[in-house]
Ligand binder design. Sequence first.
Ligand SMILES: NC(=O)c1ccc[n+]([C@@H]2O[C@H](COP(=O)([O-])OP(=O)(O)OC[C@H]3O[C@@H](n4cnc5c(N)ncnc54)[C@H](OP(=O)(O)O)[C@@H]3O)[C@@H](O)[C@H]2O)c1
Length: 434
Amino acid sequence: MTSKSIKIAIAGLGTVGAGVIKILEGSKQVLGHRGGSVAEVVAVSARDRSRDRGVDLSAYEWCDNPVDLAGLDTVDLVVELIGGSDGPALALARETLKRGKAFVTANKALIAMHGRELAELAEANDAHLRFEAAVAGGIPIVKALREGLAANTISGVYGILNGTCNYILTRMEREGLGFDEVLQDAQRIGYAEADPTFDIDGIDTAHKTAILAAIAFGQAPTLDGMPIEGIRNIAPVDIDQARDLGYRIKLLGVANRTENGIETRVHPAMVPVSEPLAQVHEATNAVVVQGDYVGQTVYVGAGAGEGPTASAVVADIVDVLRGSGGPVFGVPVAELQTPVTEEVSGNPGTYYIRLSVKDEPGVMATITSILGKEQVSINSLIQRGCAVNEGVYIVMTTHETSESAVKAALSHLTEADCVLETPTMLRIQVAGTQ
Ligand SMILES: NC(=O)c1ccc[n+]([C@@H]2O[C@H](COP(=O)([O-])OP(=O)(O)OC[C@H]3O[C@@H](n4cnc5c(N)ncnc54)[C@H](OP(=O)(O)O)[C@@H]3O)[C@@H](O)[C@H]2O)c1
């Protein structure tokens, strides 16, 4: 029988907060055996005290201000499930760690934006700082990188890190629907937020990518200098074209070791259907890690939702019960590399380009001339379907080139009279690479 008890405060009693209470209360004994101490919830905070959250809160102390939880003498560990990179989440993290108490969070924005400062505080005050649920929900990828793969030099980590985007892309592909239509439906059934910007514009994926890069490569998490592109501009014609070429379109967060430093980026890409990531559908997440000794490992599972996310939060709590330590990002804060914020590799590869152009003579000559001036060489080119304003789509793939060359060409093409709307560009992922 475990006699030691760790007292827990939970800030935020929404989807994840209520889920964590359910697991802690429902599995007390087994978690006690696993952690060697009993985890006991003693205090909570949320905005609305009267709201029914499907869990009994009557035995817990209530704090209107979540930051007060850190100062309670009865509390050893604070779980932050409010969200947001600043505001009460950041204030609570600082206050908890300054007091040398353990801090567990599912908040990717907080860790991506303030990870270094919080890791410093944790180290200075000998406190645990854990955030397994912040990346890919129920998939234990933070633990895998920090612990399971500690023997390896990681050359790349990339994956599908946003369930909302993958859900939208999957339905566009399966049902032939347009982006707006699927987004509205996703909002209606709760798969997308009322304000979906963070998800569909790639910011959420960028937060998670910054955290993965920090742990995989021992650098401070940052979004500075990370090119971030979402899925708003993906059209059914792109999905169809990808299928014809043997690919599926996925929004990827990518972190690579290059000769010039660590490169991080977020963008939709064409992934070969034979690749594990192409088999990941709907709201599922997946992460691929390439290590020198282990080779490639792939992690797939639920990236969000009450059960999977709470599962990851409770795993962190069990780690704290066990006293499992180690540096927050895998190496001591003083050893964390400063991230490179300028473009490091030029992102060499092959690209897919879709143009909506006027259906008239001379258009093809204009396009090929602009691409040629930027040394972008065409591998295949077809005219496809109807575009806006009675134009047509020109769909091309390039030979090996750099992203900067393609972007320069697209910027000239955008200005050309014959081009009717902003061109779309997608990186074509070569099997086994990012
Ligand atoms: N949901 C997921 O599947 C998922 C997956 C991975 C990570 N996460 C992360 O987990 C965290 C929580 O997400 P969630 O989905 O559980 O959010 P949520 O359902 O919106 O819950 C947020 C909770 O925070 C409380 N809150 C907001 N502002 C507050 C304040 N100023 N003071 C005290 N409490 C405040 C809310 O109180 P009221 O209930 O009274 O309004 C609510 O209980 C976020 O960082 C999110 O990014 C979520």
